[in-house]
Design a protein around this ligand. Structure first.
Ligand SMILES: [Zn+2]
Length: 131
């Protein structure tokens, strides 16, 4: 198997790909990026927390215009993960049309290769597909 690198730092690859968030040790707020202080309570200490791979689609838009190298239309969604965590990601594995989507539909994390460098290392991104 080719070596892989995640497209974003909070995507953990391997046999069981999943997202990991920084969790405020005081209030439990979750952040995907590094923080000096919690945006919710101002505390300074964070741990890490594995997030669920399953969630529910809470909002979406169908994108019809993008840069020339991006295939359109595609679906961009907001997913509320089971047990906590909210993530914006593309919704794949469906027809990008309103009739194929519904608010509250169950979705599951999936990963896909977005490119390979000259050394054969694959960059891997994530999206959500109907569960
Ligand atoms: Zn906090």
């Amino acid at each position: 198997m080719a070596p892989q690198v995640p497209y974003v730092g909070y995507l953990q690859l391997g046999d069981d790909p999943h997202l990991v968030a920084n969790e405020c040790s005081s209030c439990g707020a979750l952040f995907f990026d590094r923080r000096n202080a919690c945006a919710n309570c101002g505390a300074h200490d964070f741990g890490t927390r594995r997030l669920a791979n399953d969630g529910v689609l809470r909002a979406f838009t169908i994108v019809h215009r993008a840069s020339p190298d991006v295939q359109v239309p595609y679906v961009s969604g907001i997913v509320h993960l089971d047990g906590g965590g909210v993530v914006k990601a593309n919704i794949v594995g469906i027809n990008p049309e309103p009739a194929s989507l519904s608010l509250g539909m169950k979705v599951k994390l999936t990963t896909f290769r977005i490119g390979t460098d000259s050394a054969g290392t694959e960059a891997v991104a994530f999206a959500y597909a109907p569960a």
